[in-house]
Ligand binder design. Structure first.
Ligand SMILES: [Zn+2]
Ligand SMILES: [Zn+2]
Length: 264
């Protein structure tokens, strides 16, 4: 079974002491490739060389909606420059988060739209973060020009209608360990079977959202645990885990423009 953790933050300092061991544990669990998603200029500056020094580690460049208030045109120009590295396979994560409101709404919207343009200019797929925007993010996606390279709505947490709207717009849907959580995962488990097999991705969003039962033992999530997300998703969909794994791996490579034959 080949598994791709389509969204993690293992460039986080909580992995500084055991980064290689984290990748080794992932590999032992069939997780042979990881996407290290950028959230600030600082994390992107760190992740690009980190991935260049290894095989099967890829990264994205972007400013998270939480950090939108720190975004500038200069920062985006540097990200655009960083995106020339062959390990950069996506733009993000960007989007809107009206739950925590770490940045004002108008500031989040301004830089989200700007980063959509940059995804277009760089021909990179977009990694979208959405939380409690009540349809506002969808409204922006519909009014701005279509994204040629497509994208993923990661850690999907919206309604059934929103999920279908994203699918209709051509987006992939990212499933995290939330699907294994008893109460919080209820809604997701009720609709995950409606995602077409060729639009589904799995992710850890590590160090956050450790799946069950690992969360009883480990506070920090890591790519090895994405196997649990895949198993639970297959179980809820009533599918064979090996065949779902194959589809999900192919989906991730297709979205990020990676030739799966180059990943062993
Ligand atoms: Zn996110
Ligand atoms: Zn993330």
């Amino acid at each position: 079974m080949r598994i791709f953790d389509s969204h993690c933050h293992i460039d986080d300092k909580s992995y500084d002491a055991d980064f290689q061991e984290t990748l080794d544990r992932a590999k032992d669990n069939g997780v042979i490739a990881c996407m290290l998603v950028g959230i600030t200029l600082k994390t992107c500056r760190k992740a690009v060389p980190l991935c260049e020094a290894r095989t099967h580690c890829f990264t994205s460049v972007g400013i998270h909606p939480h950090d939108a208030k720190s975004c500038t045109e200069e920062a985006l120009a540097e990200l655009k420059e960083l995106s020339k590295s062959p390990v950069v396979k996506a733009w993000g994560e960007t989007g809107l988060d009206f739950n925590r409101m770490f940045s004002p709404r108008d500031v989040q919207e301004k830089w989200f739209v700007r980063q959509m343009q940059l995804a277009g200019e760089t021909q990179l797929p977009l990694i979208i973060h959405e939380r409690d925007t009540g349809g506002r993010l969808l409204e922006i996606l519909r009014t701005e020009s279509p994204l040629e390279a497509g994208g993923v709505v990661h850690c999907f947490s919206g309604s059934r209608d929103e999920m279908h709207a994203y699918l209709d717009l051509g987006f992939y849907i990212g499933i995290t360990g939330v699907i294994t959580h008893k109460d919080r995962g209820k809604d997701l488990r009720a609709m995950v079977h409606e995602i077409p097999e060729d639009r589904l991705l799995v992710e850890t969003d590590a160090p956050y959202l450790t799946p069950s039962p690992e969360r009883n033992k480990f506070r920090r999530n890591e790519p090895a645990f994405v196997k649990r997300v895949l198993e639970k998703t297959a179980d809820v969909r009533g599918q064979d885990v090996k065949s779902l794994a194959q589809s999900v791996f192919a989906n991730t490579c297709r979205l990020y423009g990676i030739n799966p034959d180059t990943l062993e």
